[in-house]
Write a new protein. Structure first.
Length: 354
């Protein structure tokens, strides 16, 4: 069921609420893959929210889906009354490029919305006496490497290094990581009626993500998927970074699988709340060369936008994901070549051949 607004009446006191897994930002690139994966594991209790109406094929995989804004506290309060939320996958966010045009709006959505959801999760946990699992995808945008020379020397960057983001999106995500830690261990720590350990907060820092199923939405790392989609569609592409620009990437199915792996990992195995993940780290020129090997007629040129490239240059060339590999068995299925051969090229070709 998809509704433009929540009009259901609040259940009577004592009425049983249906357990639910809440997915915010459900209509985004990660949301599509996550909802499909949750449905594939047998979950039939997904409640999805997005500011845009879900496509029917995606809405059909959910128990309920709603058009709404995570900054709308009345919407979230009605959700709290209607469902017993056991897990939250908080994907909704205003990304880095758009956030630089409207930084105050980005802060309101990325921080205010996350704070609303953490509060909802804590209230749910107090209500039904069981911790709520809160899965929070973060980003390499939390990093701020000061210059390209430092970036080259740094190599693989750990979770605690260079945390000086230069975008509002990165600042928001880093702060929300700290909010998650606070709600997990210190929420209302001086209150006499405090209930400890209400939220099981787990965070995965995504690198740049490349999806075959959704069109890039203008993110700062989207030059890689934009190249592939443009080549398959047969249109020229002007890349907004230099050929030597380098950040870590991964194929969308690996990001979804990693998210579900972290969510299901025994808490006793986790040594931290925030984990890096990555798969491959090519330069933009190497991506262009590989795209041309599959699409020989591809017209890819490089016309760097110095301001956007400066953001990319502030992100690590690669990240150290050894903690994720050690603690919960993270292993990406795809490397640089196989991501193109087995996943991206066949599916994107089919998309534009219709």
């Amino acid at each position: 069921m998809t509704t433009a607004a929540m009009v259901e009446t609040t259940p009577e006191r004592g009425a049983r609420r249906n357990p639910a897994v809440l997915v915010t930002g459900a209509n985004g690139e990660v949301g599509h893959g996550l909802i499909q994966a949750l449905h594939g594991t047998g979950r039939r209790d997904v409640v999805a929210i997005d500011v845009r109406k879900l496509e029917p094929v995606l809405a059909d995989l959910c128990h309920d889906s709603y058009v709404g804004d995570i900054c709308d506290t009345s919407l979230l309060e009605r959700l709290l009354a209607m469902y017993e939320i056991t897990e939250v996958y908080h994907l909704a966010a205003l990304l880095s490029t758009r956030g630089e045009f409207t930084p105050e709006t980005a802060h309101a959505v990325n921080v205010g919305g996350t704070l609303n959801l953490l509060r909802l999760a804590a209230e749910q946990a107090r209500s039904h006496g069981k911790r709520v699992k809160f899965i929070f995808p973060s980003t390499i945008a939390v990093y701020g490497v000061p210059d390209k020379a430092t970036k080259e020397r740094a190599g693989c960057v750990g979770e605690g290094d260079f945390l000086h983001p230069i975008t509002m999106y990165g600042c928001n995500k880093l702060y929300c990581e700290h909010l998650g830690r606070y709600y997990a261990k210190h929420y209302r720590q001086l209150a006499r009626d405090r209930v400890p350990d209400l939220i099981d907060f787990r965070c995965v820092r995504y690198p740049g993500l490349i999806s075959a199923d959704t069109v890039p939405s203008g993110g700062t790392s989207d030059y890689a998927p934009e190249m592939i989609h443009a080549a398959a569609e047969g249109v020229p592409y002007k890349c907004f970074v230099s050929p030597d620009a380098r950040i870590p990437f991964m194929a969308m199915p690996d990001a979804i699988e990693a998210t579900l792996q972290l969510a299901s990992a025994p808490e006793s195995k986790l040594t931290r709340r925030i984990y890096n993940i990555s798969s491959f780290s090519p330069a933009a020129g190497e991506i262009a060369d590989l795209v041309r090997s599959f699409f020989p007629r591809a017209e890819i040129t490089f016309e760097p936008d110095r301001q956007r490239e400066a953001i990319v240059d502030s992100w690590p060339a690669d990240v150290d994901d050894s903690a994720a590999r050690r603690d919960w068995g993270y292993r990406p299925r795809y490397d640089f070549r196989s991501a193109f051969e087995e996943y991206l090229v066949p599916r994107i070709r089919a998309r534009y051949a219709r």
